[in-house]
Design a protein around this ligand. Structure first.
Ligand code: WQD
Length: 326
């Protein structure tokens, strides 16, 4: 199969490309390079520079490369920014998807894997989030992912397109320094940034109803997440007409305080965090049940939090060499 991977020059997308090609599939990257990095695309994998909003360019890429499946990751992904710029988020994430699906169905491409998010659940009031937990997104970003899932599923029902929506939990780590996340929008890189400045990491609220009062999340190594895409792609290929919706997490909750302690230990620092006010919109606990992904795909995460921190730190130091001596 030849998979068009939109957003394949991005942090997660580049790991998907790597996992797909390692599994013997052909890959073509489609990316507008707005946040993607061309150097992340491996040698031998074609890179088409274009936006998913450009239907003609997408259509040409599908036929030029005889694409037989699409993994769609190209999207805007900052929750806070989505509150400021909802029109931009709906255009990029929902309209971009609509344009892409139009080209995909016209070209008769049979399989479509969609990058969704635990943000579709909003503030889930359960110990383990299953795919049947109600979706009540709390941000325009989460709304665009839920609307995207609906659009993908409705298109599948109407046209026979085989679909999988993968709901990512908190993604971290890297397959190598060049593959690391370049943004500073999540807990681990935000702690790294503070450590690099010789400053104390910040905890956004320690009065949550959790064991140590800080928020609990389900962190998943990006390499495991990428493998879930390979498994989903294979599942669609093996049995056409499917419509999968799957949590991709590890089912293990880690608190903000635990994460900061482990980062301090693994990077050889000792900067205890300062506690500030809650960040608006943060749910106390979001931990996946990944039973369905295991049952449907035979997929299970292999890496733990230590691998995520160590590989993320290597990537951070490669980008910020001063961090090594800070
Ligand atoms: C984790 C926890 C913070 C920084 C977001 C999106 C989600 C998905 C992943 C895109 C929270 C706390 C953070 C810091 C802290 N995005 N924190 N100090 O909010 O769980 O998920 O990213 O697909 O949709 O919502 O991730 O890494 O921002 O925060 O205390 O300096 O760490 O309050 O409890 P989040 P995060």
């Amino acid at each position: 199969m030849t998979w068009l991977i939109t957003g394949g020059a991005g942090y997660i997308g580049a790991h998907v490309v790597r996992a797909m090609t390692a599994a013997g599939e052909s890959a073509v990257v489609y990316d507008d390079l707005s946040t993607g990095v061309a150097e992340r695309v491996p040698d031998g994998v074609p890179l088409v520079v274009g936006s998913v909003l450009d239907g003609e360019r997408v259509a040409r890429a599908l036929t030029d490369h005889a694409v037989t499946g699409v993994v769609h990751l190209a999207a805007k992904k900052q929750v806070g920014e989505s509150v400021e710029l909802p029109l931009h988020y709906y255009r990029e994430n929902v309209e971009g998807l609509r344009v892409l699906l139009t080209a995909v169905t016209r070209a008769g491409v049979p399989s479509f894997v969609f990058s969704s998010s635990a943000a579709v659940y909003g503030m889930p009031d359960v110990d383990l989030v299953t795919e049947d937990t109600p979706c009540v997104p709390m941000s325009p970003y989460g709304e665009t992912k839920l609307a995207g899932e609906w659009l993908v599923r409705a298109t599948g029902r109407a046209t026979g397109l085989s679909t999988a929506a993968l709901r990512y939990f908190n993604v971290a780590g890297a397959a190598g320094p060049r593959m690391a996340d370049t943004g500073v929008f999540n807990l681990i890189p935000m702690v790294f940034e503070k450590l690099t400045q010789g400053a104390a990491p910040r905890v956004f609220g320690d009065d949550y109803d959790t064991p140590d009062g800080t928020c609990v999340r389900d962190y998943i190594h990006v390499v495991d997440l990428a493998e879930a895409h390979v498994a989903a792609a294979r599942a669609l290929e093996a049995s056409p007409g499917r419509a999968l919706t799957l949590n991709i997490g590890r089912g293990e909750g880690v608190s903000v305080r635990e994460m900061i302690d482990r980062i301090n230990a693994l990077t050889g620092r000792d900067l205890p965090p300062t506690v500030g006010p809650r960040r608006p919109g943060d749910p106390a606990r979001v931990v996946a049940s990944s039973d369905r992904a295991a049952a449907e795909l035979g997929w299970k995460a292999k890496y733990g939090v230590q691998d995520m921190i160590v590989s993320a730190w290597e990537g951070w130091v490669a980008l910020h060499p001063e961090a090594a001596n800070a």
